[in-house]
Design a protein around this ligand. Structure first.
Ligand SMILES: NC(=O)c1ccc[n+]([C@@H]2O[C@H](COP(=O)([O-])OP(=O)(O)OC[C@H]3O[C@@H](n4cnc5c(N)ncnc54)[C@H](OP(=O)(O)O)[C@@H]3O)[C@@H](O)[C@H]2O)c1
Length: 317
């Protein structure tokens, strides 16, 4: 039977589909835009089924669920744009996908949640992801939830955004919030491996598993490692988050592909670390470090790509 991956043209989604193909597992890719899927899934397009669907339109989801044995649900938005809101995509979208799966008789549901997600938090993004997971957990599906810290790898938004901003910022770069916010960056390849292990291990049913890399890194250290990966130098100047807020509001208003939003800026107040890392404690893996050859991809951002991303919101990798 087929495994359905939602958000399959996304960063995590396309890597998941590619791993399923490499393992010889039948995969169906649910995508919102065929053009993006054509770019991101080109080298596996012959081996998979690609179907269009929008999680905010329940009627578009039923055809994707035919003969499916498991759903890997990765759709979510980190920034609200147009009609796409945290509530409509992250929460209701998950409700729609789970309901469509359930109606089609699918039992297995792997939900890509988020470290720190909780319906009780005042941060709208984390609350929407928390409400989505509350709905999944209250269902009678055979669900597993994964809760990664910030994910790095080719096509990531978070770390590539720093690399792109560095390309267009000479000499001095802001040490955001003094660089104190903590993360535990986890490789996309480790997250995909965790997804596959969950698919094959019924003992993970009903579990919420936090995923992180091998190190807790302050944002300042992350910025320094990105600067080193780009073989460049910058003077890092501490800038309080409150001072950055007006610039972010302006970027959000003016740039179609604004790399940051005020609701994401708020998240710097929440530690994104993983005290019980399931990659280690559950799966016995040695997570990949945010260092050296593993972050060399950050150097692939050309100036043209950077401008296309910020000014046209183009898919550049
Ligand atoms: N990246 C991280 O650091 C990170 C960390 C922890 C957890 N996660 C979770 O991991 C999951 C995947 O994240 P990601 O970084 O891979 O995000 P991503 O690259 O933005 O992928 C999300 C995908 O969802 C699709 N999508 C958006 N709205 C949709 C809709 N209405 N209907 C159907 N598809 C829609 C997007 O399609 P378009 O491209 O066409 O908009 C995109 O392909 C998310 O659930 C996220 O919360 C990510």
């Amino acid at each position: 039977m087929t495994i359905l991956v939602t958000g399959a043209a996304g960063f995590l989604g396309n890597q998941t589909v590619k791993r399923l193909v490499a393992l010889g597992r039948p995969a169906r890719a649910l995508v919102r835009k065929r053009a993006k899927a054509a770019l991101r899934l080109a080298n596996v397009a012959e081996q998979i089924e690609i179907v269009e669907g929008d999680v905010t339109r329940p009627e578009s989801l039923a055809p994707a669920m035919r003969d499916v044995s498991a759903v890997i649900h990765t759709v979510a938005i980190a920034m609200e744009k147009g009609g796409q809101t945290y509530d409509s995509v992250n929460y209701r979208g998950t409700v729609n996908v789970l309901d469509a799966a359930r109606s089609a008789g699918v039992r297995r549901f792997i939900n890509m949640s988020q470290n720190g997600a909780s319906s009780r938090l005042p941060y709208r993004f984390l609350a929407s992801k928390g409400r989505a997971q509350d709905y999944v957990a209250a269902s009678d599906m055979d669900w597993t939830a994964l809760r990664p810290s910030a994910i790095f790898g080719p096509q990531d938004e978070f770390f590539n955004t720093f690399a792109r901003l560095l390309k267009i910022t000479p000499l001095v770069f802001p040490l955001i919030g003094g660089g104190k916010a903590e993360f535990q960056p986890v490789s996309v390849y480790d997250v995909v491996e965790a997804v596959i292990r969950c698919l094959d291990d019924d003992c993970t049913i009903g579990a919420e598993l936090a995923l992180g890399g091998p190190e807790v890194l302050a944002l300042g250290e992350i910025e320094r490692r990105i600067i080193r990966a780009l073989n460049t130098r910058r003077l890092l100047a501490p800038v309080p988050v409150a001072l950055l807020r007006p610039a972010v509001i302006l970027m959000q208003a003016l740039l179609p592909g604004s790399p940051v939003s005020t609701s994401l800026l708020d998240l710097l107040a929440v530690a994104n670390t993983v005290p019980d890392n399931a990659l280690v404690s559950r799966f016995g893996m040695e997570p990949i470090a945010f260092a050296g050859e593993h972050i060399r991809y950050l150097n692939d951002n050309s100036l043209g790509d950077t401008l296309a991303k910020f000014f046209r919101n183009a898919t550049v990798n």
